[in-house]
Design a protein around this ligand. Structure first.
Ligand SMILES: NC(=O)c1ccc[n+]([C@@H]2O[C@H](COP(=O)([O-])OP(=O)(O)OC[C@H]3O[C@@H](n4cnc5c(N)ncnc54)[C@H](O)[C@@H]3O)[C@@H](O)[C@H]2O)c1
Length: 246
């Protein structure tokens, strides 16, 4: 098993990609801590895992709760941090509330910085690593979701900058850029109002059935977090059924 005895923290584990990733790490022998704002979802995830996780309620908008989450996860050391919590809101820019922009930045970007900052002293000790969740929205502009795209471009910047800053101390930092994934977020309804949805869909998956399943993304988390990827750091790994191919 790839992660026997390793201590792994997975945020956003109450549903979708985070849930599949928590299940994957537990199946590979890890001691997993799962964190999310959705307690019922965390309990449901725990019931699907091969071993009992530590379950921690945290709110990414509350940076002290981010630090507390890391402290619980790192009680016996920490080998891997998977930052997966995130939110998305669609809407034409003219009507998009600045408060929503700031909330998206706080959950998707600032909390990722705070979680990394709290985890890094532990990861330096363990020579561990971080896998962040960026997006194809980190690599291209997306109409009608400027805040989300900005927040995910920033996750790419955090990933690459930390990879440089911590490489000499033996910590790897990578990010996954999923395209369309079959989750609550991925299946969110298009925005209402004066929108041209073809501007968003011009980069649809090219593969037949190109929409990813959460389990496809979980496989990549496991690879990047494992020693198989020991030479990989500062990378943005796209998994998108060919969305960004053109
Ligand atoms: N689904 C897609 O198409 C897609 C594509 C690219 C990237 N992503 C990214 O993948 C990650 C997981 O998304 P998903 O598709 O599994 O969606 P999801 O909605 O199923 O999962 C998101 C999780 O984040 C949690 N969360 C939201 N706000 C939180 C907060 N304030 N504090 C703590 N947890 C909070 C939710 O409770 C939920 O469990 C996100 O970072 C998302 O941006 C998703």
């Amino acid at each position: 098993m790839l992660f026997q005895g390793k201590n792994v923290l997975v945020t956003g584990a109450a549903s979708g990609i985070g849930r599949a990733t928590a299940i994957k790490f537990a199946a590979e022998g890890a001691n997993v801590t799962i964190g999310d704002v959705n307690e019922a979802g965390l309990n449901a995830t725990a019931a699907m895992m091969a071993s009992k996780p530590r379950i921690v309620h945290f709110d990414a908008l509350d940076f002290d709760s981010c630090r507390d989450l890391v402290a619980v996860a790192a009680q016996d050391g920490l080998d891997v941090l998977c930052n997966i919590s995130g939110i998305l809101k669609w809407g034409p820019t003219e009507d998009f509330a600045v408060q929503d922009f700031e909330r998206i930045m706080a959950v998707n970007t600032t909390s990722v910085f705070v979680l990394c900052q709290a985890a890094l002293p532990h990861l330096v000790k363990s020579k561990g690593n971080i896998v962040n969740t960026a997006s194809t929205a980190s690599l291209q502009g997306i109409a009608y979701t400027i805040a989300y795209s900005a927040s995910k471009h920033a996750v790419a910047a955090i990933t690459k900058g930390l990879a440089i800053e911590f490489a000499a101390r033996g910590v790897r930092v990578n990010a996954i850029c999923p395209g369309m994934v079959n989750t609550a977020m991925g299946n969110a309804a298009p925005p209402v109002g004066d929108v041209d949805w073809s501007l968003v869909m011009r980069n649809a998956p090219k593969l037949e059935n190109g929409t990813c399943e959460p389990e496809d993304i979980a496989e990549l988390f496991a690879y990047l977090a494992s020693d198989k990827a020991r030479k990989v750091t500062g990378s943005l790994f796209t998994i998108d059924g060919g969305q960004l191919a053109g």
